[in-house]
Ligand binder design. Structure first.
Ligand code: IPE
Ligand code: IPE
Ligand code: MG
Length: 255
């Protein structure tokens, strides 16, 4: 039988703490509506939950934390909500980057940044430059990100670098494409968390979530904190990551 060479990552060396956690921060609007507040009040409160999550994950030794802040589909929302989200992003960059830097955190932003206003793009570039050599956790904000956009842009970039592959598509392997994905600097997520009760991926990291452990919680994002992260880590610790093998094979490896 021919052996299909899968590029999905293998069992992490380090058990316990996930190297990479990716989170869909959902439920801001419902958190606010439940309190008879405008939806945007939930987004503002959500920024506090981001701060708490970054601190807790860094303290626990997580190496990569990726937060979905704005999807390629979120442009479909009312213009005033989109504009508040952009203002909050600008304000968070202005207020929080110094503290990230002092704490040794490296900031990256992934997604199609071209539709963002120049001021926001400049703040992102400055924050990335300033924190680029920090040794601590890498915090990635996915903004105007979509998993399908990512795969397409990677495919385009790969074929532009390697026209020989376009001429011989049967030669293309997964490992040719993955270096062009927006998060090629990080291992694939070990743990995915979605708050807010919905159980879907909503076009987040489609390629990278192939073997990620999924954790869904009803907690609305503004209520997400250290206890909720702890619960997700406990659930993660109980999983057996087999990557296609059998339990017995894994037991053999451990012995
Ligand atoms: C997540 O909360 C924040 C963004 C998508 C920007 P929502 O705004 O989606 O909150 P719900 O799902 O409507 O409650
Ligand atoms: C996913 O949340 C995107 C972000 C959290 C940025 P949505 O609230 O936009 O997802 P759907 O529309 O419920 O799938
Ligand atoms: Mg939502």
């Amino acid at each position: 039988m021919s052996q299909y060479q899968s590029s999905t990552q293998d069992v992490p060396e380090l058990h316990g703490v996930p190297r990479h956690i990716a989170i869909i921060m959902d439920g801001n609007g419902r958190w606010a509506t439940k309190r008879r507040l405008p939806r945007v009040a939930g987004h503002a409160k959500g920024v506090d939950a981001v701060r708490a999550t970054v601190e807790t994950c860094a303290r626990k030794g997580v190496r990569f934390l990726t937060l979905f802040a704005f999807s390629s589909e979120n442009w479909r929302r009312p213009a005033d909500e989109v504009s508040v989200l952009m203002r909050l992003f600008i304000r968070a960059l202005q207020r929080e980057v110094s503290s990230l830097h002092v704490n040794g955190i490296r900031l990256r932003v992934v997604g199609d940044l071209s539709p963002f206003e120049p001021k926001l793009r400049e703040l992102i570039a400055q924050a990335e430059r300033r924190t680029a050599h920090n040794p601590g956790m890498t915090l990635t904000i996915a903004a105007n990100y979509g998993g399908r956009w990512d795969i397409l842009q990677a495919m385009r970039a790969m074929l532009s670098d390697r026209p020989d592959l376009a001429a011989q598509p049967q030669q293309i392997e997964e490992a040719h494409l993955s270096p062009y994905l927006a998060m090629a600097y990080a291992p694939e997520p070990d743990l995915f968390i979605r708050t807010g009760g919905e159980q879907r991926i909503s076009n987040f990291l489609l390629w990278q979530l192939a073997y990620t452990e999924l954790h869904f919680t009803d907690t609305f994002w503004p209520d997400f904190g250290a206890d909720a992260i702890e619960a997700a880590l406990v659930s993660y610790g109980q999983r057996e990551r087999r990557f296609g093998r059998t339990s017995a094979q894994l037991a053999g490896q451990k012995a």
